[in-house]
Design a protein around this ligand. Structure first.
Ligand code: ATP
Length: 458
């Protein structure tokens, strides 16, 4: 079925230009010149997408955005903003607009916007809050049923239906990258690439070329043309992780690229339009970084159109056990070994541990516990929790603080893999003998052999 686009603008020339562009894209169009007529057309024409000017004779584009949000939340609405009016664009996005184009309208950018937005109408159901009906969480679902996580999942589904930049805030290891990936996967950009960038890991001297690409010969070592991360994320999503670590010089360039929706590669002459959605995250307090002068206020304002808080693991109640189950399954799959289970004591201990390192810490604890456990069940001493946890455990069990099990092998001083390999070679790969030499059980050794892929050795 031909998709329908409604254009609301009081300038006949712009209406005509937009209508022509849309007709050439094979779309059905209707136009209106005022808020009043626009609202009528929304009801009569039932558009799949609405484009509206911000300044209208009897109101503003906000009136249209708010009405659509309230009555037809499945219809994406993009606003056309005055030249240089970034504030207007940001406010419209905050109010629920899908995206914006600034005047004079760049038709290539408009076509990109329309194509992506219409995918939403094709895929999404009538209820915007349920997100994309065809969406498949793939191999990276967000595990959890606590109210905090249910709310997070709902917000992700909603945010996936917009182009607004989202700033994801949360402590280390809470799953910020996972959240960003989910926003991408549930969005109409899911067929494009999800490009995560650790902003703190790129040397400053290479940053511009990494982000925007370079032309052959533009500097020593540039032996051929290379596309940058922005180009890689064209029609997809660029995730700027640890964004607070961007040097100030790069922040200016990034701001420009985001505002112009275009980049110029190092040594290049022309700017190239880029259609990408920007998501960013940091565990630092970005407001504080702005106050200290480490982070540009204008970039902060541009990235932080919508802020999404990812709760700490401690705030997720019983999700800890659901996550533990999930990770134990993953570990068993990865190492191709029978799944280990938590003993009742371990369940108690984990449920009361504060997890300063959040979900990542839980994953690491369980991985270590699987290598240490020598029975069917993971016992509290296999968890090797920090002293805080030991305190917690003693509180839970109402007994004195226990010493950590000392009979467990301690490899902290050396390279574990090498020591195991050495023992295996010495015993001619007699695993029982090697385990004895190493002071571990057969099961513990078996896990480690899998973990380090030693069984792949000839
Ligand atoms: N709710 C969840 N369900 C399943 N896995 C999760 C969940 N939350 C986090 N994880 C997993 O925990 C690990 C850490 O998550 P992630 O890397 O996304 O955290 P982060 O907040 O980006 O960390 P950092 O601040 O260090 O960059 C990953 O393996 C991720 O898949």
């Amino acid at each position: 079925m031909t998709q329908r686009v409604l254009v609301i603008d009081d300038e006949p020339d712009i209406r005509e230009l937009l209508e022509l562009t849309l007709l050439r894209m094979g779309l059905e169009t209707a136009t209106a010149g005022t808020v009043k007529d626009g609202l009528l057309e929304i009801q009569n024409f039932q558009p799949d997408l609405c484009l509206t000017d911000m300044k209208l004779p009897d109101g503003t584009g906000f009136d249209i955005v708010r009405y659509i949000q309230r009555e037809h939340s499945h219809v994406p609405v993009a606003v056309i903003t005055a030249f240089g009016s970034m504030e207007g664009a940001v406010e419209a996005l905050k109010a629920g607009a899908y995206d914006f184009v600034s005047k004079p309208v760049d038709l290539a950018k408009l076509r990109d916007l329309v194509q992506t937005a219409l995918k939403l109408s094709q895929k999404g159901g009538p209820d915007a809050s349920s997100g994309n009906a065809e969406y498949d969480a793939g191999s990276n679902p967000i595990i959890g049923e606590s109210p905090a996580i249910e709310l997070l999942k709902k917000t992700i589904a909603k945010l996936a239906r917009s182009q607004a930049p989202v700033f994801i805030h949360g402590a280390s290891g809470t799953g910020k990258e996972l959240v960003a990936k989910q926003i991408h996967l549930q969005s109409p950009r899911s067929s494009g690439a999800f490009v995560p960038v650790n902003c703190g890991a790129i040397p400053e001297s290479l940053m511009e070329s990494e982000f925007f690409g370079h032309k052959k010969g533009s500097f020593t070592g540039a032996v051929e043309d290379k596309a940058g991360l922005f180009q890689a994320a064209h029609h997809g999503t660029l995730f700027l992780d640890e964004v607070a670590d961007l040097p100030l010089s790069m922040q200016v360039k990034l701001l420009r690229a985001i505002q112009e929706k275009a980049v110029k590669s190092v040594g290049g002459v022309e700017e190239v339009s880029i259609d990408t959605r920007i998501l960013s995250a940091t565990h630092k307090n970005l407001e504080e970084e702005v106050e200290k002068g480490h982070f540009r206020q204008d970039l902060y304002y541009r990235l932080n159109v919508i802020k999404l808080d990812v709760p700490s693991l401690e705030e997720r109640g019983n999700d800890i056990l659901l996550l533990a189950e999930h990770f134990l399954n993953l570990i068993a799959e990865r190492w191709q070994l029978p799944k280990a289970a938590l003993s009742n004591e371990s369940i108690k201990v984990l449920s009361n541990y504060p997890f300063p390192g959040n979900v990542r810490e839980l994953e690491n604890i369980l991985e270590r516990a699987c290598t240490l456990s020598d029975g069917e069940f993971i016992e509290p001493e296999d968890l090797q929790l920090s002293s805080i946890a030991t305190d917690v455990r003693s509180v839970v069990k109402n007994e004195p603080i226990l010493e950590r099990s000392l009979e467990k092998p301690d490899f902290s001083s050396g390279n574990e893999k090498e020591q195991i390999l050495h023992a295996l070679n010495q015993t001619r790969w007699n695993r029982t003998a090697a385990a004895k030499t190493l002071g571990m059980t057969f099961r513990q050794l078996r896990y480690r052999i899998k973990k380090y892929d030693l069984d792949q050795l000839p």
